[in-house]
Every structure is written in structure tokens, then in C-alpha cells.
Ligand binder design. Structure first.
Ligand code: UTP
Length: 294
């Protein structure tokens, strides 16, 4: 069984839901308390023992690459000003992991973005994390998926249950429960089913562990929903060809590419912050008109 060593993070989307904020700044660089969204995602990858990140980028996304790079000028200034703690923190960010970038020249869809990584990934299993999907959990979500992969040796998609009236926003899986904890064998997948037609409430979120066969499947996938090359269509093909598992991960997921998901992530993370948590809690109580908010 081949080890999972690489993670692909597509960040080439347009981020239209956050316009005008994302006109000149990538949505993955929007701040959640004190770090950009993308840093939480890369930290999950690192905590799961991955050795290399492959960013799928587009024009205007260089801030993401710069964020994980060494900045000589800033380092020198912080050293001169004796801001050692900050200097150390920046050094940690730039040495987190090896980052390779591949350009997606046109936003032809998530499936196309992942296909762009084929030459760098090569013939080995790999993870995909969407650059705006945050998962907070005791064991990193990617680690949970790697642990399952080591038992099943097949592709895995992470899923969460969603209310049936929201299934139209997701790729949906229909599957049979297996003997592995929280795990289903995929039988069918459908991208954004029309209201009332969803086969289940199991929604695919932004974490995938894929066998390299996905690249051939993507290469043969015609544009689908919205005229884009859909990852779900290629996944469906792979599931039928060699099998695939759906894993109900342990943890809480935030869609930080959506305004409400982004706000929830900020509030939850800030509430656990060592210095911000308590004052924020008091503030929220006062805003809600709760008693004992002094
Ligand atoms: P989204 O559906 O969130 O698209 O893509 P988006 O364009 O970034 O955002 P909105 O909907 O316009 O606000 C899911 C993930 O796939 C990447 C995005 O960067 C995001 O991480 N993606 C999407 C690409 O890398 N390339 C694409 O062509 C499309």
C-alpha cells in the first residue's frame, strides 16, 4: 500500500460570494481571528504528517504563495526591532511545509483544478482539501481519513449530514454502512440534486483522499453541472470502477467561502482564544440582551 504524502489544495476559484472583498485579495487570505483561512488548512495537513502541498492557483493568488514563503525584509525589521516572538511565528509559517504551485489558467471547475495536479502528484494516493473549507477536530480530519485509508486502501470522501432541504447545495452520496466506524461504501453520487430529488442527506465536504486513477477519470469527464468539469462526475466513475468509501468525519466543518460559515468560524475560534475568548463572550451576551453580561 502506498503512503499518502501529498495534499492538493485548489485555490483558483473566483470567490464571487465574497465580492467586493475578494476583488484584489484571495478569499483564502481573509482573516479568521489572527490567521488567514488557508493557514488553518495547511496546519491540518501538517498535523496529519503530509510532506508536500500542491496549490492550484490562478492570477491574483500570489499572496497565498507569499504567505508561506520566507520574507527577508520583514524578518530583518522584526529582528532589529527585537520583536522576537513575531519573528519566530513568521519563521514557523514559512517553514511549515514544502509548497509547490500549479497554475489553472481558466476557472474550468474543481475537477479541472485537481486534474492540473496530475504531473506533480504522479502515481500515488493523495489528499484534496478545498481552500475555503475548515474542519476543526481533535484528530485532524485528514489524519482520520489516512487512518481509514490504511484499512481500506481505496478512495475516500469525507461527508457530513445536512438537512434535506439543503442537499441541493452539495455533492450527495448514497451508500451502505460498512463494518468500519462511520464508514459507508459509495453506491451512487450526484452533484447538487434538484430540490426533492436527493438520494440521501450525506453531503460531500472539502476533504478527499483519492487514488491516482482519478486523473484518468477527470481527463475523460465532460463539462457537467454549470458547464464546469465536476469532480463528483469523475468520483462517480471511480466509485463504479474500483470502489470508494464515504466517511462521516468527527469534528465541525465551516464553509469559510460563505459569509455565514466564515462568521461562525471567526466566532467559534475567537471564543476559544486565550485572551479574546472571555471579552468576546461578554460582548456577545450584551448584544443578545442576555443577563450577566458585565
Ligand atoms: P467554490 O465553489 O467555492 O468556487 O470552489 P469559488 O469560485 O472559489 O467561489 P464562489 O462560489 O465564486 O464564491 C470550491 C473550491 O474549488 C476551487 C476554489 O478555489 C475552492 O477552493 N476551484 C473552483 C478552483 O480551484 N478552480 C475552479 O475552476 C473552481
Amino acid at each position: 500500500m502506498k503512503k499518502v504524502r501529498k495534499a492538493v489544495i485548489p485555490v483558483a476559484g473566483l470567490g464571487t460570494r465574497f465580492l467586493p472583498a475578494t476583488k484584489a485579495i484571495p478569499k483564502e487570505m481573509l482573516t479568521i481571528v489572527d490567521r488567514p483561512t488557508i493557514q488553518y488548512i495547511v496546519e491540518e495537513v501538517v498535523a496529519s504528517g503530509i510532506q508536500e502541498v500542491i496549490l492550484i492557483t490562478s492570477e491574483g493568488k500570489s499572496a497565498i504563495e507569499n504567505h508561506f514563503d520566507y520574507n527577508y525584509e520583514l524578518d530583518t525589521i522584526l529582528k532589529e526591532k527585537k520583536k522576537h516572538a513575531l519573528q519566530e511565528e513568521l519563521a514557523l509559517t514559512s517553514s511549515l511545509i514544502d509548497v509547490v504551485s500549479v497554475r489553472q489558467k481558466k476557472p474550468l471547475g474543481l475537477g479541472h483544478a485537481i486534474w492540473m495536479a496530475r504531473k506533480v502528484v504522479g502515481d500515488e494516493p493523495f489528499l484534496v482539501l478545498l481552500g475555503d473549507d475548515l474542519v476543526r477536530s481533535q484528530t485532524p480530519c485528514c489524519q482520520q481519513m489516512i487512518d481509514l485509508y490504511e484499512q481500506v486502501n481505496e478512495s475516500i470522501v469525507a461527508i457530513q449530514r445536512v438537512p434535506m432541504d439543503q442537499t441541493y447545495q452539495y455533492g450527495i452520496v448514497e451508500g451502505k454502512k460498512t463494518n468500519f466506524d462511520r464508514t459507508f461504501k459509495v453506491e451512487q453520487m450526484v452533484e447538487k440534486p434538484a430540490q426533492g430529488t436527493s438520494p440521501s442527506d450525506m453531503a460531500i465536504i472539502g476533504r478527499y483522499l483519492l487514488m491516482p486513477d482519478i486523473f484518468d477519470a477527470l481527463g475523460n469527464t465532460a463539462p457537467g453541472h454549470g458547464g464546469e468539469i465536476q469532480l463528483t462526475d469523475a468520483l462517480q466513475f471511480l466509485a463504479a470502477q474500483r470502489g470508494m468509501y464515504a466517511y462521516e468525519f468527527e469534528g465541525k466543518r465551516y464553509d469559510a467561502g460563505d459569509k455565514m460559515g466564515y462568521l461562525k468560524a471567526i466566532i467559534d475560534i475567537a471564543l476559544e482564544h486565550p485572551t479574546l475568548g472571555e471579552p468576546l463572550q461578554k460582548h456577545l451576551r450584551s448584544v443578545c440582551g442576555c443577563k450577566n453580561h458585565t
